[in-house]
Design a protein around this ligand. Structure first.
Ligand code: HEC
Ligand code: HEC
Length: 365
């Protein structure tokens, strides 16, 4: 829902151009600069993990638009995550979070998973260690100051369960503040090749714009002007391992959560902002380059010739009807890639506002 009241109360500077609507703010966690700055410290702090080795930034690197450049990341205790680390570009604008989960409506809900989840273990915080971990936070003078600034209405924002609630709210505020709308595309500064790529992207032949639509290049975009959005998920024909459309476990997408057989292989449309720096691609990082992504669409799905995931995604019964094969020349592939590259906001990748605040002191890296 649109939260007019929270929106009015918040004095947060979103750094979003006037042409773009502002994101929705949760009623119980309106944006403030103080929470954003506290969240920034927590995001980069490896002390928030079972063995002091993992922070959010371990899998979300600013230089890669907060993705990590590898196929699938490894959590604190060595468990491999089944999916590719997502970019955090404009997370505030998604109707539902993660690759394929329709149940995660807010960033705060999503953050509980890496912090406290055990399937897979990421930060590895649980009942056996959370008191000790919060004690190290409580003992830190920087945090004492930052928590008081961020939660001025609370007498002791670092006390007991409240402290964890505040941790989640602050990290949520930092991630929500990661807006990115300053690419060459936004400035209207496209090369001739990128301009041809843009026309291809928006053509009825390629159909990209049907799902990657609007200012955030995703049909799962929500903002203050949108009261309600039907959840939208699509199967893009990446797998068909049993001839009946199956995706490899556990990455069956929306189906993994709903159990509905019709939801097999359905994923949320990712934004394409900053996509040129977030390789490898797709929900499991199984596609190495943008060119390969485009070739899979051109074929009308991916064909895997051998191995345990062998199958012809082109003939999957679950593939979205919009996706039909198209012919594309090598020069046109180059143009489309040039267009996707024009969506990179180079300032976002180096903006000190989103960088590691501990770095100047060398602590807790
Ligand atoms: C071990 C690597 C790892 C760590 C640590 C990690 N993440 Fe992630 N993150 C991922 C992966 C993988 C996904 C995709 C999850 C999925 O689809 O199930 C993801 C997804 C997300 C998303 C959803 C983005 C979107 O577009 O929907 C957000 C937000 C996020 N992470 C924030 C965080 C924050 C904040 C932290 C620290 C509390 C964190 N992550 C720690 C790997 C990690
Ligand atoms: C039917 C909806 C739909 C259409 C049409 C579509 N996409 Fe996608 N796109 C998706 C979904 C859903 C995913 C994620 C699929 C997955 O990983 O299983 C995706 C993933 C991608 C990715 C990988 C992003 C990442 O972060 O890993 C790129 C790049 C991409 N699409 C570009 C395009 C281009 C270019 C076109 C036109 C040729 C196109 N898409 C057409 C829905 C669509």
């Amino acid at each position: 829902m649109v939260d007019d009241e929270g929106a009015r109360e918040s004095d947060f500077d979103w750094r979003v151009p006037a042409s773009i609507p502002l994101p929705v703010e949760p009623v119980d966690n309106p944006m403030t600069e103080a929470k954003f700055q506290l969240g920034r410290h927590l995001f980069y702090d490896t002390r928030l993990s079972v063995n002091g080795e993992i922070s959010c930034a371990s899998c979300h690197h600013q230089s890669k638009a907060f993705s990590d450049g590898i196929q699938r990341p490894v959590g604190a205790t060595g468990e491999v995550h089944p999916r590719n680390s997502q970019s955090l570009t404009n997370s505030a604008y998604f109707n539902n979070l993660t690759w394929g989960n329709p149940a995660l409506a807010t960033i705060e809900q999503q953050i509980m998973l890496p912090l406290f989840g055990d399937n897979p273990i990421e930060h590895g915080i649980d009942e056996s260690n959370f008191e000790q971990i919060i004690m190290t936070v409580q003992a830190d003078e920087t945090y004492q100051r930052l928590f008081l600034n961020a939660f001025p209405e609370q007498d002791d924002p670092l006390l007991g369960d409240l402290a964890w609630d505040n941790v989640v709210k602050a990290i949520g505020s930092f991630v929500r503040g990661m807006t990115s709308f300053n690419s060459a595309f936004d400035r209207g500064d496209l090369s001739a090749s990128a301009r041809r790529g843009e026309a291809l992207f928006n053509s009825e032949r390629l159909e990209c714009f049907h799902c990657h639509d609007g200012y955030n290049f995703s049909d799962a975009t929500i903002d203050r002007g949108v009261a309600f959005l039907e959840p939208k998920f699509h199967n893009t024909g990446l797998y068909n391992i049993d001839g009946m459309g199956a995706y490899p476990e556990p990455n069956t997408g929306r189906h993994e959560v709903t159990g509905n057989p019709d939801h097999m292989g359905q994923f949320r449309t990712p934004s394409l902002r900053n996509v040129a720096v977030t390789a490898p691609y797709n929900h499991d990082g199984s596609v190495a380059t943008l060119e390969e992504v485009i070739r899979n669409y051109a074929r009308g799905g991916r064909v895997i010739a051998s191995g345990e995931n062998a199958g012809d995604g082109r003939i999957s019964p679950f593939k979205d009807g919009v996706l039909v094969p198209f012919r594309i020349s090598d020069a046109e592939v180059d143009d489309l890639v040039a267009f996707l590259e024009s969506l990179t906001d180079h300032d976002f990748l180096v903006d000190p506002r989103f960088s590691n605040p501990w770095e100047s002191t060398g602590e807790n890296l």
